[in-house]
Design a protein around this ligand. Sequence first.
Ligand SMILES: Nc1ncnc2c1ncn2[C@@H]1O[C@H](COP(=O)(O)OP(=O)(O)OP(=O)(O)O)[C@@H](O)[C@H]1O
Ligand SMILES: [Mg+2]
Length: 291
Amino acid sequence: MGSRPAQQFADPFHVIAPTGYAVMQAQVAQGTATAAAPLLTVRDVSVVFGGITALNGVSFDMQKGQVLALIGPNGAGKTTLFNCLSRLYQPSAGDILMDGVSILTRPPHRISEIGIGRTFQNVALFPNLSVLDNARVGAHSHTNSDIISDSLRLPRSRSVEVAINKKVLRILDYLELTHLAHTNVAGLPFGTQKRVELARALATDPTILLLDEPAGGLNHEEVYVLGDLVKRIRDERHITVLLVEHHMGMVMKIADHIVVLNFGRKLAEGTPKQIQNDPEVLKAYLGDTAK
Ligand SMILES: Nc1ncnc2c1ncn2[C@@H]1O[C@H](COP(=O)(O)OP(=O)(O)OP(=O)(O)O)[C@@H](O)[C@H]1O
Ligand SMILES: [Mg+2]
């Protein structure tokens, strides 16, 4: 958040790796593939808190299958935009469209129905519930079972439960959490708790996964594993990912497209290579020494 000390980047943009999406972009550029309509459109979004303009007319598109990273120095407006996408904040102006339809009329607890799943920067799990039960919370956000049929354990409810358990156990297996299924999350290491959050978000069957600083608090090895996992989620589960992240090594390695915010405005957007060579971006991160 704004109070955090500015991060130091001796060499902020040092890792680049082409991805499947980058290959597809090249095909579009060569005319061997056709560009699709964007999955998500952020259009002229502004957010004002009292006298502070946290976001000022920000626009960009996110394509299906992309890993899009939202980066920028401290206080740039990344979390504010993330919270608009997950419907925690209402923009003062502008619109956010998914498949061409505004999401701004939808309350936050109903965004999973349209396929938007999220994790939280500081991990928001139920500490005294097991890994399995925490992940099941995500799957429940999608069922039609109501509290009365649940408590009476009516047949429809039981079959829904069986289906949910099966699905969630498959997700735990995918994230290598099966051995912890019946362990309370409270005592688990932070990196493992973040994976449980990911399991809960995947259990909502998202089309778009919003990740808020997933590498925050992880060690070098954990960040490497996480980056790989995010790429696999996109490639194997065909989920589009929007990532707010300070860890430039991870961003440059896994992002197809990067949007850079600075002082609430979009400073630049492009491929990792374009962004790491953009003098304005370097100046924003490194100050005048980058001139
Ligand atoms: N709820 C709020 N009320 C008032 N001002 C806020 C609020 N949330 C954010 N701001 C302000 O809006 C601006 C953008 O903040 P935001 O948290 O979106 O930045 P950020 O890019 O996520 O920064 P960081 O990298 O430090 O997390 C900052 O000036 C911040 O102080
Ligand atoms: Mg933030």
